[in-house]
Design a protein around this ligand. Structure first.
Ligand SMILES: [Zn+2]
Length: 316
C-alpha cells in the first residue's frame, strides 16, 4: 500500500482524497468524507470511478469492512461525486440518500452526462461512452431515500448530519452540518480559486442566494470548519473569504458577458463562452457553457438583452 489516502481527520469525519483523470497538478482532487457515529457509518459522496481504489484503501486504513457502511449521502449528481454509487451499493448494502431534484440523473448515467453536455455545441462529436467511463461506473446506484433542508441523519452517540440545501452549482445540491464538531461538509457551492474551469452555476440568482445563506449559516450555527470537495478544509473565517471571492467571480463573469454583448452585438453563446473563458484564463470547454447559458437566461428574463439571429444584443 502506498501513501495514505486519508487527507484529514476531524471529529467524526475522515476525508479520503482521490485524484481526477487529467488532474491539474493534483489540485482538483475530489474528496469524500466518512462520518462515524456510535451506531452507523456514513460516507458523503462516492467520488469518481477512477478513485475507487482510493476509497477501498480508505475503508482499510480506517479499519472498516465494506459491510460496515450504512448510508451513502449524496451532495449532488455530478460525475465526480456519484461515480461509485453502483459498486458501493452492491458491495456494502448501504442506503443511498440525496435530494429528489436530481434523482433522475443519479439513476441514469447517460441522462446525467447529457444534461451537461447538451450545452456543448459540438455535442454530436462528443463521445459520451469514452468520456464518462473514467468518472462513473457503468452500473448506477439510484437514491433510495430523499431528504431536504433541515432533515437529519442520526448516526448515534450524538453524531447527527443535518441537511443544508445549497442550490446554484447544481439545482439539487445539499451539504451536511455536524453540530458536535461544528463542521459543515459541502461539495461544490464554493469552488476553489485555482479551479481551471469557469465557475459552474446553473442559476446565478440561486447561486448568489446560496452564498448569502452560507454566510448566515456559518455565523448563526457557529461553524468551526468547512470541508470542501476540491480543496483543503477551511476555518470559518477562511470559508467566509472564499464565499466573498466566489460571489465576486460570478459577478465578474456576468459583467464581462454584458461588456462582450455591448461591444459585439449579435455575439453567440459559443463566442461568449470563448471570450469569457479567455478573459479569466479558464479552459474553453463544454461545462463553461452551463454558466454562460444560465446568465443569458437571467439577462433575458430581466429584459437586459434580446435574441438577434443566432446571438444576443443589448436591449435599448
Ligand atoms: Zn459539482
Amino acid at each position: 500500500m502506498g501513501s495514505s489516502v486519508i487527507s484529514c481527520t476531524l471529529g467524526p469525519f475522515s476525508t479520503v482524497s482521490m485524484g481526477l483523470p487529467g488532474d491539474h497538478e493534483g489540485k482538483t482532487a475530489t474528496r469524500t468524507f466518512f462520518v462515524q457515529g456510535k451506531d452507523r457509518l456514513a460516507l458523503i459522496d462516492s467520488g469518481l470511478r477512477a478513485g475507487y481504489p482510493a476509497l477501498e484503501q480508505g475503508f482499510a486504513e480506517l479499519g472498516f469492512k465494506k459491510s460496515d457502511l450504512d448510508l451513502l449521502l449524496i451532495t449532488h449528481e455530478h460525475m465526480d461525486h456519484i461515480g461509485n454509487n453502483g459498486p458501493l451499493k452492491r458491495e456494502t448494502g448501504c442506503r443511498v440518500i440525496g435530494h429528489a431534484a436530481r434523482a433522475d440523473r443519479v439513476a441514469d448515467n447517460m441522462l446525467n452526462a447529457k444534461s451537461i453536455v447538451h450545452a456543448f455545441p459540438e455535442g454530436t462529436e462528443f463521445d459520451l461512452d469514452s468520456e464518462y467511463l473514467d468518472w462513473m461506473a457503468p452500473d448506477e446506484g439510484p437514491l433510495d431515500e430523499f431528504v431536504s433542508d433541515g432533515d437529519a441523519a442520526d448516526l448515534g452517540g450524538g453524531i447527527e448530519l443535518e441537511v443544508v440545501e445549497c442550490f446554484g452549482h447544481s439545482m439539487g445540491e445539499i451539504g451536511f452540518f455536524e453540530r458536535s464538531s461544528r463542521t459543515l461538509a459541502i461539495a461544490d457551492p464554493l469552488l476553489p480559486v485555482f479551479n481551471p474551469v469557469l465557475y459552474l452555476y446553473e442559476d446565478p440568482a440561486a447561486m448568489r442566494a446560496t452564498f448569502d445563506k452560507l454566510e448566515r449559516f456559518v455565523a448563526e450555527r457557529d461553524v468551526a470548519t468547512v470541508l470542501l470537495a476540491h480543496e483543503e478544509p477551511r476555518s470559518a473565517e477562511s470559508a467566509l473569504e472564499l464565499v466573498a471571492d466566489c460571489r465576486s467571480r460570478v459577478d465578474a463573469i456576468e459583467d464581462s458577458m454584458m461588456q462582450c454583448i455591448r461591444e459585439q452585438p449579435g455575439i453567440t453563446r459559443a463566442e461568449l463562452r470563448d471570450a469569457v473563458c479567455d478573459k479569466f484564463e479558464k479552459v474553453r470547454e463544454w461545462r463553461a457553457l452551463v454558466s454562460i447559458e444560465a446568465s443569458l437566461r437571467s439577462f433575458d428574463e430581466q429584459g437586459l438583452i434580446r435574441k438577434t439571429g443566432h446571438g444576443w444584443t443589448i436591449t435599448e
